[in-house]
Design a protein around this ligand. Structure first.
Ligand code: F6R
Length: 606
C-alpha cells in the first residue's frame, strides 16, 4: 500500500522524508520518490525498486530544502517503473503531487485535460491531480484554493499532498477515504499516511478526517473543510513505540493481516467489475477444461476453487502443485484454460508451469496480488486480488482474497455458460458480499472473548496435530495444517475426514489435538461420525462449527463458532480460526511468527 510523507521545518527535509519513507516500508512498495523546492526550483527524484535506489540519487544532490514530500508506491494504475512512481508534476513542472488511493473518474478527467492541451507523462491516475491544480492556478487561485477546487472534481478515495514552486514554504494536503495524519513538532511539522513515519520526531498528532484539507508550514498547521472553512482539531498524544506502530499496533504482521481480511476480501469483491472485461467472456465460453497450478497456500485456494468451478460452472478442473505439473506430461490443448494462482506472481515453479502451458498452446489466467509481477506479465489475463501487501511469510489475507477471486470467476463462467439462473447468481453474489462482515464479526468477537487464543494456550505444547474436513473444507484442513507447521514447527497433517479410517486414525490418542472443520453442510452427518471415531480413540477434538450444530458441540472438547453462509462459501469463515490458532501457538512458543525458519515470502527458486 502506498505511503505519503511530508516535512516542513528547519532541518534537511529530504533526509527526514527519506527516513519517514523507510519507516513505511512495511506497507510494501515497488517504487519511491521525493519532491522539494531548492532555490526557487521544484526538483523531483523518483526510482522504481527499493528506497535505497532513490537515496543513492538524492545523496548526489547537495541542496538543503526545508519542505519536501515523498511517496512509496504500490502500483494500481500503470506498471511499477520510474515514470509511474510519484511525485507527479503538471505541464509547467512547478507543482508536485503524491497520492494514495484511486481516482475513479481519472479517465474522464484525463481526456478533458488532454483536450485542454495538457500532456501526460505517466500512466497513473495521480497525474490528473497535478494537471487539475495547474488549471485552477491558471485562473489566479493560490495553491490552497486550487487544491480545493481540484478536489471537488475528484471521485474515489484519496490522500494527497502537494507542493508548488511559487509557494515554497508550504505543503497542502487533503484526505478522503485514505489515511493522512499530521505530526505537530516545535518549529517543524510532519505529514504521513501512518504515524511511524515521524514518530521519532513527535508523538503529537492530528488525524485528518475525510474531506478535510490542511496547510502545513514549519510554524503552523491549519485544517479546513473542503469549502475552505477552518476546522478546529484536537492534538492527540500517541503512546506507541515505533516498533508497534509499524504494525499498526499489532504484535506481528501475521495477526495484522489476519485482521485485515474483511477489508481485503471486500476490496477484491469490489474490484470484480474490471475482471472479465472484453475478450475474457469469449474465452470463458471456449474452453472445456481447466487446470489450476499453484504452490503452498495458493494451491489450497486452487483446491477450493475446483469446488467452486465444478459446482457452479460444470467445467472439469484439475489442480496441480506447479512443481509437479511441469514434470508430468499434462494434456494441454487450445481448449484448456490454465489458472495460475500466486500471491507474489514470482514463484518459480508456478511461472515454469505457466510457460509450459503457454508453449503447448493453452491460454493462461493469473490470479495474483502483485501488480506487474512476472506471472501477470506472462499470463494472457490477470485477475488481481486486492489484499494489499502481504508481509508476513505465512499467507493469510492473500488466501481469502484468492478464494474471492476464484468464486467470482466461477460465477462468471457459470453465467456465461448459462449454468446458473440470474436469481441464483444474485443469491450467490449477495452471499459473497456478506462474507467480509461475517469475518469481521468473528474477529471482533475473538478480540473480546479470546476463544481461539485460549484453546491455543491448551495445545501449544503438542507434538502433532490432525486436521480433518470434507467437501469444500477438506482444503481448509490442509491449509490449517500448513499454517501450524510452517510457523510453530509442530508436525501437522490435513486429511479428508473420510480417509481417516484408512490410516491416520492410528495416530489418534489422548495427546492428539484433532481439529475438525464441520459447519452445517451436506457432509455434516459424516463429520459427526468422524468426530465420534476420534473421541472413541480419546483424541482431543477442537471443532470449527456453527452455533446450531448441537451434535458437534456435545461431542467436541472445544468449539469455535462461525456464522452460517452458503455451503460453498464456508472456507472463507472456517480458515480464519485456523490461522489464529496457528498464530497464537507460534506466538506462545516465542517464535518469530513473521519470519519462520527456512522460509521466504517469495520463492523465486525451484
Ligand atoms: C504459506 C505460504 C506459501 C505460499 C507459496 C506460494 O503460508 O505463504 O506456501 O503460498 O510459496 O506463493 P505465491 O502465492 O506467492 O506463489
Amino acid at each position: 500500500m502506498c505511503g505519503i510523507v511530508g516535512y516542513a521545518g528547519k532541518d534537511n527535509a529530504k533526509n527526514i522524508v527519506i527516513n519517514g519513507l523507510k519507516r513505511l516500508e512495511y506497507r510494501g512498495y515497488d517504487s519511491a520518490g521525493v519532491a522539494f523546492i531548492d532555490s526557487g526550483k521544484l526538483k523531483v527524484y523518483k526510482k522504481s525498486g527499493r528506497i535505497r535506489n532513490l537515496e543513492f540519487e538524492l545523496n548526489r544532490d547537495l541542496s538543503l530544502p526545508q519542505v519536501a514530500i515523498g511517496h512509496t508506491r504500490w502500483a494500481t494504475h500503470g506498471e511499477p517503473n520510474d515514470i509511474n512512481a510519484h511525485p507527479h508534476t503538471d505541464c509547467t513542472g512547478k507543482i508536485a503531487v503524491v497520492h494514495n488511493g484511486i481516482i475513479e473518474n481519472f479517465t474522464k478527467l484525463k481526456k478533458e485535460l488532454e483536450l485542454k492541451g495538457h500532456t501526460f507523462k505517466s500512466k497513473t491516475d495521480t497525474e490528473v491531480i497535478a494537471h487539475l491544480i495547474e488549471e485552477e492556478i491558471k485562473t489566479g487561485k493560490d495553491l490552497f484554493k486550487a487544491v480545493l477546487s481540484a478536489a471537488r472534481k475528484l471521485k474515489g478515495s484519496f490522500a494527497v499532498a502537494v507542493i508548488y514552486e511559487k509557494e515554497p514554504d508550504k505543503i497542502v494536503c487533503l484526505r478522503k477515504d485514505s489515511p493522512l495524519v499530521i505530526g505537530v513538532g516545535e518549529g517543524e511539522n510532519f505529514l504521513a499516511s501512518d504515524v511511524p513515519a515521524f514518530l521519532s520526531y513527535t508523538n503529537r498528532v492530528i488525524f485528518l478526517d475525510d474531506n478535510e484539507c490542511a496547510i502545513i508550514t514549519a510554524d503552523k498547521v491549519n485544517v479546513f473543510d473542503l469549502n475552505g472553512n477552518i476546522v478546529t482539531k484536537e492534538i492527540k498524544q500517541i503512546p506507541w513505540s515505533i516498533a508497534q506502530a509499524e504494525k499498526g499496533g499489532y504484535k506481528h504482521f501475521m495477526i495484522k493481516e489476519i485482521y485485515e481480511q474483511p477489508k481485503a476480501v471486500a476490496d477484491t469483491i469490489s474490484g470484480k467489475l474490471s475482471m472479465f472485461a472484453g475478450q475474457k467472456a469469449a474465452l470463458l465460453k471456449a474452453f472445456n477444461k481447466i487446470q489450476i497450478v499453484a504452490c503452498g497456500t495458493s494451491y489450497h485456494a486452487g483446491l477450493v476453487g475446483k469446488f467452486f468451478i465444478e459446482s457452479l460452472a460444470a467445467i472439469p478442473v484439475s489442480v496441480d502443485y506447479a512443481s509437479e505439473y511441469r514434470y508430468r506430461n499434462p494434456i494441454i490443448d487450445k481448449n484448456t484454460l490454465i489458472v495460475a494462482i500466486s500471491q507474489s506472481g514470482e514463484t518459480a515453479d508456478t511461472l515454469a508451469a505457466v510457460r509450459l502451458a503457454k508453449e503447448r498452446g493453452a491460454k493462461v489466467v493469473a490470479i495474483c496480488n502483485v501488480i506487474g509481477s512476472t506471472i501477470t506479465r506472462e499470463a494472457d489475463y490477470t485477475i488481481y486480488t486486492h489484499a494489499g501487501p502481504e508481509i508476513s511469510v505465512a499467507s493469510t489475507k492473500a488466501f481469502t482474497t484468492q478464494l474471492a477471486a476464484l468464486f467470482l470467476f466461477a460465477v462468471e463462467a457459470a453465467r456465461i455458460r448459462e449454468k446458473i439462473s440470474p436469481s441464483e447468481e444474485e443469491r450467490l453474489l449477495k452471499a459473497l458480499s456478506e462474507i467480509p462482515s461475517k469475518m469481521k464479526a468473528f474477529l471482533d468477537k475473538e478480540s473480546k472473548n479470546k476463544t481461539v487464543h485460549n484453546i491455543a494456550l491448551e495445545f501449544y505444547n503438542s507434538q502433532d496435530a490432525l486436521y480433518l474436513g470434507r467437501f469444500v473444507n477438506y482444503p481448509i484442513a490442509l491449509e490449517g495444517a500448513l499454517k501450524l507447521k510452517e510457523i510453530s514447527y509442530i508436525h501437522a497433517e490435513g486429511y479428508p475426514a473420510g480417509e481417516m479410517k484408512h490410516g491416520p486414525i492410528a495416530l489418534i490418542d489422548e495427546k492428539m489435538p484433532v481439529v475438525v472443520i464441520t459447519p452445517k453442510d451436506r457432509v455434516y452427518e459424516k463429520m459427526v461420525s468422524n468426530i465420534e471415531e476420534a473421541k472413541a480413540r480419546k483424541g482431543k477434538v477442537i471443532a470449527v462449527t456453527n452455533p446450531n450444530c448441537t451434535e458437534v458441540k456435545k461431542l467436541a472438547d472445544y468449539t469455535i463458532e462461525i456464522a452460517e453462509t452458503e455451503e460453498l462459501l464456508y472456507p472463507f469463515l472456517t480458515v480464519v480460526p485456523l490461522q489464529l490458532f496457528a498464530y497464537h501457538i507460534a506466538d506462545f512458543l516465542g517464535y518469530d511468527v513473521d519470519q519462520p525458519r527456512n522460509l521466504a515470502k517469495s520463492v523465486t527458486v525451484e
